[in-house]
Write a protein that binds this ligand. Structure first.
Ligand SMILES: [Zn+2]
Length: 228
C-alpha cells in the first residue's frame, strides 16, 4: 500500500469508528426518548404511592475509650445518674430515635452501655450530648432541673427489676464511672440511681442494679480513688 493510500485507509478507519460512536450515542438518546412518556407517567403524583416517612437520625453514637473525655470545656457536673432501659435490647441510636419521637432534642443520656442485644456486650456508646458537654434529658422534674443540668446520665440496656446486668456491662460501668468521677471531681456519694433524685416516680435503674450501684460500684470507685 502506498503512502497516500495508507492515509486514506487510516482516515476511513477513523471515520468508521467515529460513526459507530455517534450511532451509539444516538441509539442511547433514542432509548431515552422512547422511555420519556413512561417516565413522565411514572412520576405523576397520582400514580406515585404515598411517601413513607423515613427517619434518618444524625449520628449520635461513637465508641472508644478515647471519646470518654469531651473536647469542650466541662460543665459543672455534680452527679452520675444510673438508668436502665427497661428493655431487653437497644442501643444509643435506637434510644435517640425514641427520644426524638417524644419531642426531645436528642438522646437523653450521655452514655449507653449495650448488653449484646442491639450492640456488643459491655460496649460504652458515647452520645453526642456528652461530646457537646450539654445538659442531660434523663432525670427531669427536679428543683432547678438540677439533675439534668448537672447530672451525667448513663443507661445500661436491660431490665434490672428481675434480671442482672451482664458482667461486661458491670465492668464497663465501673471503668466509666471511675473515669468520670475523677475527670469531673464528682463525689462518690453522688453516684446515684434515677429513683434517688427528688420527685421521681420510677423504679429506674431496676432493683438489682440499684443494689449494685449503692454497694459494689460505690465501693469500687472509692477504692480506685484511694489508690491514686
Ligand atoms: Zn431512668
Amino acid at each position: 500500500m502506498k503512502l497516500h493510500e495508507t492515509i486514506v485507509f487510516g482516515g476511513c478507519v477513523v471515520f468508521v469508528v467515529l460513526l459507530a460512536i455517534l450511532v451509539g450515542c444516538a441509539s442511547n438518546g433514542g432509548a431515552m426518548t422512547t422511555n420519556m412518556p413512561f417516565l413522565e407517567m411514572d412520576s405523576s403524583p397520582a400514580r406515585r404511592p404515598a411517601p413513607t416517612p423515613v427517619y434518618r437520625p444524625a449520628p449520635v453514637v461513637a465508641t472508644g475509650e478515647s471519646l470518654w473525655d469531651a473536647p469542650r470545656t466541662s460543665r459543672d457536673w455534680r452527679y452520675i445518674v444510673m438508668h436502665h432501659s427497661a428493655t431487653t435490647s437497644g442501643n444509643a441510636s435506637r434510644f435517640d430515635q425514641l427520644h426524638r419521637q417524644k419531642g426531645w432534642d436528642e438522646l437523653g443520656y450521655h452514655f449507653v452501655i449495650t448488653n449484646g442485644n442491639g450492640g456488643p456486650d459491655g460496649q460504652v456508646q458515647v452520645g453526642s450530648r456528652w461530646r457537646k458537654q450539654k445538659h442531660g434529658a434523663h432525670t427531669g422534674n427536679t428543683p432547678g432541673n438540677e439533675y439534668n443540668e448537672h447530672g451525667i446520665g448513663i443507661c445500661l440496656v436491660g431490665n434490672f427489676m428481675n434480671s442482672n446486668p451482664t458482667a461486661a456491662q458491670l465492668r464497663s460501668v465501673t471503668e466509666l464511672t471511675e473515669f468520670l468521677v475523677e475527670r469531673n471531681n464528682v463525689s462518690p456519694v453522688n453516684i446515684i440511681a434515677h429513683k434517688d433524685a427528688p420527685n421521681q416516680h420510677t423504679e429506674c435503674c431496676g432493683r438489682i442494679f440499684y443494689s449494685y450501684v449503692h454497694g459494689n460500684l460505690k465501693r469500687d470507685v472509692q477504692r480506685h480513688l484511694a489508690s491514686r
